[in-house]
Design a protein around this ligand. Structure first.
Ligand SMILES: C[S@@+](CC[C@H](N)C(=O)[O-])C[C@H]1O[C@@H](n2cnc3c(N)ncnc32)[C@H](O)[C@@H]1O
Length: 269
């Protein structure tokens, strides 16, 4: 299931990834509050796992892609957090934990790598099994932007735009993307390209199955979670007090963040 992007372009990931504004701080804050093991699924190059370990949390980072994990291990060593951050190869659909976790996270839309309903449910059920009573799951997925999708559907296959950290770059500079959306399957395919040192295009691709807000809530419910907090973004003034508040405004076009508590916990369900 791992996309070629993570296998072939792991060396380019950090240079091209800004994340979602405020996401590192959000997950670090949750990790700090967690009373026990923190598990990050799709930990990648440690963009979030390393700062969480630096904040004092004990973190287990799981990822399907060895090339991404190799970079995370180097960054963990440089940050001096190898005693608090374990990085292992594993699949979010079937992972197991050495002890019940206080917090499981799936940052930066990694959940969307589950391309079928069976995979989505397998992942959420594995999260549920991994959590201690009262433990939390926190994840973010993008809020499908119908205007953006419609815009891409009107473009030809030779249309490319700046991608990732390169948005706003001069035309022809840096990474470029071509996107295709198939609404009936809720699959987006992003072709990515960048010129190599010899000026030739280096190409790869990412496929995601996007989810809508209420679909995500149904999936969480089927796996035994109830939504504790639903955020519309990381930087908007949403907090744990804004229970079940939803912002789908254009000011927060990108992110649907949800976190759920496992059934039987003391949290409000
Ligand atoms: C968008 S990156 C996120 C990396 C990191 N969490 C971050 O915020 O920068 C998605 C990661 O999920 C991993 N991944 C994809 N499918 C996976 C699966 N089934 N199980 C575990 N990891 C997976 C990829 O290898 C990649 O490292």
């Amino acid at each position: 299931m791992s996309d070629p992007y993570y296998h072939e372009w792991a060396d380019l990931y950090d240079a091209n990834t800004r994340g979602v504004p405020g996401d590192v701080e959000f997950y670090v804050d949750l990790a700090r509050q967690a009373d026990g093991l923190v598990v990050e699924l799709g930990a990648g190059t440690g963009r979030i796992a390393v700062p969480c370990a630096e904040s004092g949390a004990r973190v287990l980072g799981i990822d399907l892609e060895p090339a991404m994990l190799a970079i995370a291990r180097r960054k963990a060593a440089e940050a001096g957090v190898t005693s608090r951050l374990e990085l292992v190869e594993g699949d979010m659909r079937s992972f197991e934990v050495p002890e019940p976790a206080a917090l499981v996270t799936i940052p930066f839309r990694s959940f969307l790598h589950n391309l079928t309903t069976d995979d989505q449910l397998a992942t959420l059920e594995a999260c549920h099994r991994a959590l201690q009573p009262g433990g939390r799951l926190a994840l973010n997925v993008f809020n499908p932007d119908l205007a953006l999708m419609a815009r891409w559907m009107g473009k030809g296959s030779d249309h490319w735009e700046p991608f990732g950290a390169w948005q706003g770059a001069a035309p022809g500079e840096g990474f470029q993307a071509h996107q295709e959306y198939v609404p009936s399957a809720q699959i987006s395919t992003t072709q990515v390209r960048v010129r190599d040192g010899a000026g030739k295009w280096r190409k790869t691709s990412i496929r995601l199955r996007y989810v809508h807000r209420f679909e995500m809530e149904h999936l969480l419910a089927r796996a035994g979670f109830q939504v504790e907090v639903l955020h519309g973004g990381f930087t908007a003034p949403h907090s744990a007090r804004d229970r079940r508040r939803w912002s789908g405004s254009r000011a927060d076009p990108e992110v649907l963040g949800a976190r759920g508590a496992s059934r039987g916990s003391g949290s409000y369900l």
